[in-house]
Design a protein around this ligand. Structure first.
Ligand code: MTE
Ligand code: MO
Length: 244
């Protein structure tokens, strides 16, 4: 296992020795095991797997800024845009299934923000667009008693969640475009979440379900010790100023 990211990233919280840091370290141990187990499979799919790091297998995604590829599930089947479906359910007035075209018909929001992974790498000034999650939730009608939103992925493994207050922020997108083009498969397309003010693990790839719930359900990494409220610079043992 290559320890580069561990050394400059997350394994030691900047503040040193906090309870959060300990939980993160425990998470890392589980993570490394997952990475090793999936390594061969992912190697078969990616030409450039170059390391395993605390939040999963990682390789540089070719052709653009220095994003790293993450998938805790290894290879994920590609969904053609015309076959894309987003299931919206739970505490909403109008549950249903939205196609990519349905998303394109809703009000569109664009923003440019840094992407910041909790392990330390960062890509500045990434343009995103899509439907503000709050606009989508308003479109389907949030019922009284709704307190949180749970997200599922077509990989069948990853999950994420936000409080309703976080979900209604204007800088949280159901993203249909990234880097001025479609969200490519490796980045979780055709549709992924982008939670601009939080570490990139909140931005679930291959988004295929949104469930409005009465309480937050901790996501994949959060069950392994990462913070549920993942504010950049103010979570996971960090107390530096937000970067964007
Ligand atoms: N479905 C899914 N979403 C995911 C992940 C994942 O493994 N599976 N990894 C998260 C993490 S830790 C990061 S840093 C980003 C990476 O996105 P990228 O592969 O487009 O760079 O996706 C986030 N969303
Ligand atoms: Mo990450």
């Amino acid at each position: 296992m290559n320890g580069d990211d561990l050394d400059r990233g997350d394994s030691r919280p900047d503040t040193g020795g906090t309870p959060v840091g300990r939980r993160v370290v425990l998470g890392l141990i589980g993570l490394a095991a997952v990475g090793v187990a999936l390594g061969d499979r992912v190697n078969a799919v990616l030409s450039a797997v170059d390391r395993i790091d605390p939040t999963g297998l990682s390789a540089l995604i070719p052709g653009g800024p220095r994003f790293r590829f993450y998938s805790v599930a290894g290879a994920v089947d590609e969904t053609p845009t015309e076959q894309y479906r987003l299931e919206v359910s739970g505490l909403v007035d109008r549950p249903g299934v939205l196609s990519f075209q349905d998303l394109s018909g809703l009000p569109q929001t664009s923003l440019t923000r840094d992407v910041q992974c909790v392990t330390g790498w960062r890509v500045p000034d990434v343009p995103w667009s899509g439907v503000a999650l709050g606009d989508l939730l308003t479109h389907v009608g949030v019922q009284p008693g709704a307190r949180a939103v749970l997200f599922g992925s077509a990989d069948g493994v990853y999950s994420e969640s936000l409080t309703m207050e976080q979900a209604m922020r204007p800088d949280v997108l159901v993203a249909t475009s990234m880097l001025a083009g479609p969200v490519i498969h490796q980045h979780g397309g055709p549709v992924r979440l982008f939670v601009a003010p939080m570490y990139f693990y909140k931005s679930i790839k291959w988004l295929n379900s949104i469930t409005v719930t009465d309480a937050v359900v901790p996501g994949y990494w959060e069950r392994l010790g990462y913070d549920v409220d993942a504010w950049v610079g103010r979570s996971n043992g960090r107390d530096d100023a937000p970067t964007s």
